[in-house]
Design a protein around this ligand. Structure first.
Ligand code: G3P
Length: 217
């Protein structure tokens, strides 16, 4: 399972990269705005800065909602850096754009996916990644992890190559549950990744080992 970090915060991206388990980054316009990154020039530079920190895929989202605009923006994003994956919303024009980029060998991440039908369309259009938003489904009393399992079954039935990128992950248990049902990728806030480290028996066990070592000395 690949680990992506879901942020545009360079310090957090560096921290996750230094941990040695990071496979990529996802961003979106809201995450960019949260870091105060505005204006096309600054946003494009920020993507390059992120690519220079990590080794893996970096999703960069188009703003246009029409086919021509998505193609124009997506091609510019893809030309920025070889690690860029063009993020396209799951709308009618977006499906056309996914197919266009797939034909051109440009990698894509289909975002804002909330139903199995949308996941099928993304795969049929040749998306590299599909991003089901599990936290937002949980928010409206639909089980987000069950949705990941449903997509896993559908994709396995037909050997679709689109990778399931579980997004809108809110906490550590989401990561573990996504691993149990076979998500290919999880994109997470840093604190959810760091939560995987924690266990009180590790802490108390280590404290005991160190205390016993000192006694011996
Ligand atoms: O990966 C998508 C993510 O950024 C959305 O997360 O917490 O706003 O639903 P959230």
């Amino acid at each position: 399972m690949k680990f992506f970090i879901d942020t545009a915060n360079l310090a957090q991206i560096k921290e996750a990269q230094e941990l040695g388990v990071l496979d990529g980054v996802t961003t979106n316009p809201s995450l960019m705005a949260k870091e105060g990154i505005t204006g096309e020039k600054n946003i494009l530079q920020h993507y390059i800065d992120i690519c220079n920190i990590v080794d893996g895929d970096v999703s960069a989202e188009v703003i246009a909602t029409d086919f021509d605009g998505m193609v124009r923006e997506g091609e510019a994003l893809a030309a920025l850096h070889e690690q860029i994956v063009v993020k396209i919303p799951m709308i009618k024009e977006g499906v056309k754009a996914l197919k266009y980029f797939s034909n051109k060998g440009i990698r894509t991440n289909c975002t804002l996916v909330f139903s199995p039908g949308q996941a099928i369309l993304a795969a049929k259009a040749g998306a590299t990644y599909v991003s089901p938003f599990i936290g937002r489904l949980d928010d409206i009393s639909q089980n987000g992890v069950d949705f990941i399992a449903q997509i896993r079954q559908i994709y396995d039935n037909y050997m679709f190559e689109t990778q399931i990128l579980a997004a809108s992950i809110r906490h550590t248990m989401h990561i573990i549950e996504c691993a149990e049902v076979g998500a290919d990728v999880v994109t997470c806030p840093l604190n959810a990744i760091m939560g995987l480290l924690k266990h009180p028996l590790t802490d108390s066990g280590l404290a005991q080992f160190l205390a016993d070592y000192k006694k011996g000395g």
